[in-house]
Design a protein around this ligand. Structure first.
Ligand code: PMP
Length: 431
């Protein structure tokens, strides 16, 4: 049988750089032919050869309800009838933002944009504008989108290509970005001691999904909060991945349980809030958010921002994930997957560690969970690649790079998890 994925990949490569519109899709890290997807339903994807896969990428996070949830499709179809875009305000934007505010108590105002990149870039500009300071802190292995100032030793797609920074970003553009090791308290203390009065914002993924799955320790997050407060910098949580994915109020809700009174100053959101449509957001306290145009001097705008179809999709998604027990069920199935993988690896005698929170998970061919980027990248890449392809052959679609997180949706059944573990048992046996 001819491989239609390969045919499409060859055709794509002739007209699209690398054949893909986002680098990690190209299977560069793991080798082989990317699967060209023709349709998706529930927990499954089908490729151009008609092969079915259990999907643990979920469009890299948004598809928390699974693909094609009937109520989400209905909301989108209804919205389409009324027009695709107006470039003028709508009631649905207010509804979506009010829904987000209700679920994330640290937020007082939110602006909607189209991608996580835009949201992160705008949050940084706003933090600099509001504080009148130039410097930002980010952490190695955290990815906040591909805005110039944030593309400094970023993880995710870039790590594959071995560039500490992207070409095309002049050094002057990133001279105010400090890159520290994740979970490293000494470096954090030293950065604030040296640059404290120059730091506009500290931006962090609370559970870093762009180096697979690494939690910021509670003492580390507490110290981030304390030092930002002490030095007048804004703590910006990038919850593009974790927001409405690890818990209803995002990772910040979990840290607030461990650190009394914990709140970020700003939050960046994306993925789940759009339910699979291009939609993201950034928000924070009123005094900061009112520095944005048209009220304040910090400029930010978007032709398609608050798009009526995207907001309909996001709103339907956010309403459905508030059903009683939704996150408990999702977390249980995700935990069952992770525990099961761990048990299969132990049986196969393969060094392995794994973790999950809500519907997000990560696993490593390492005996212990890593705490920073260097430890993640020390994991056995060749073994990961063999495991990835072993699972793909057996109909399980995992993220094609060892530094990416995985996602379970509400459409994944116990039977899907069991089938995945059976595939894992046979794939691990071949490693
Ligand atoms: N922040 C985080 C934490 C992300 O995971 C991502 C995307 N994976 C982004 C920002 C950028 O979002 P987008 O791809 O929508 O630009």
């Amino acid at each position: 049988m001819s491989d239609r994925n390969q045919t499409l990949f060859d055709r794509a490569k002739a007209v699209i750089p690398g054949g893909v519109n986002s680098p990690v899709r190209a299977f560069k890290a793991v080798g082989g032919t990317p699967r060209f997807i023709t349709r998706a339903h529930g927990a499954y994807l089908w490729d151009a050869n008609g092969q079915r896969y259990i999907d643990y990428i979920g469009s890299w996070g948004p598809m928390i309800l699974g693909h094609g949830h009937p109520q989400v499709l209905q909301a989108v179809q209804q919205a389409i009838q009324d027009g695709l875009s107006y470039g003028a305000p709508t009631e649905r934007e207010i509804e979506l933002v009010e829904e987000i505010l209700k679920l994330v108590p640290s937020l007082e105002m939110v602006r909607l944009v189209n991608s996580g990149t835009e949201a992160g870039m705008s949050a940084i500009r706003l933090a600099r504008g509001a504080t009148g300071r130039p410097k930002i802190i980010k952490f190695e292995g955290c990815y906040h989108g591909h805005a110039d100032a944030l593309l400094v030793k970023a993880g995710s797609g870039l790590a594959t290509f071995g560039h500490p920074t992207s070409a095309g970003v002049p050094p002057e553009v990133v001279q105010h970005t400090l890159v520290l090791e994740y979970n490293n308290l000494e470096q954090l203390e030293a950065a604030f001691a040296e640059h404290g009065d120059q730091i506009a914002a500290l931006m962090i993924e609370p559970i870093a999904g762009n180096m697979n799955f690494v939690r910021a320790s509670v003492p580390f997050m507490r110290r981030c909060r304390e030092l930002c407060t002490q030095h007048g910098a804004l703590l910006v949580l990038d919850e593009v991945m974790t927001g409405f994915r690890v818990a209803l109020g995002g990772a910040q809700r979990l840290y607030a349980q461990a650190i009394p009174g914990f709140e970020p100053d700003m939050t960046v959101l994306g993925k789940v809030i759009g339910g699979g449509m291009p939609l993201a957001a950034f928000g924070g306290k009123r005094a900061v958010m009112e520095q944005l145009a048209p009220l304040g001097p910090v400029y930010q705008a978007g032709t398609l921002s608050g798009n009526p179809v995207a907001t309909a999709c996001g709103l339907a998604t956010l309403r459905l994930i508030q059903q009683p027990g939704f996150f408990d069920g999702l977390a249980q199935r995700t935990r069952a997957l992770v525990d099961g993988l761990q048990a299969e690896a132990r049986r196969a005698g393969v060094p392995f560690s794994a973790d999950s929170e809500g519907g997000m998970f990560g696993f490593f061919f390492l005996p212990e969970l890593p705490r920073n980027y260097a430890q993640v990248m020390a994991s056995d890449a060749a073994r990961f690649n063999r495991f990835f392809h072993g699972m793909l052959q057996r109909g399980v679609y995992l993220a094609p790079a060892l530094y990416e997180a995985g996602f379970v949706s509400a459409a994944h059944t116990d039977a899907d998890i069991a089938a995945t573990l059976e595939a894992a048992r046979s794939a691990l046996a071949t490693l």
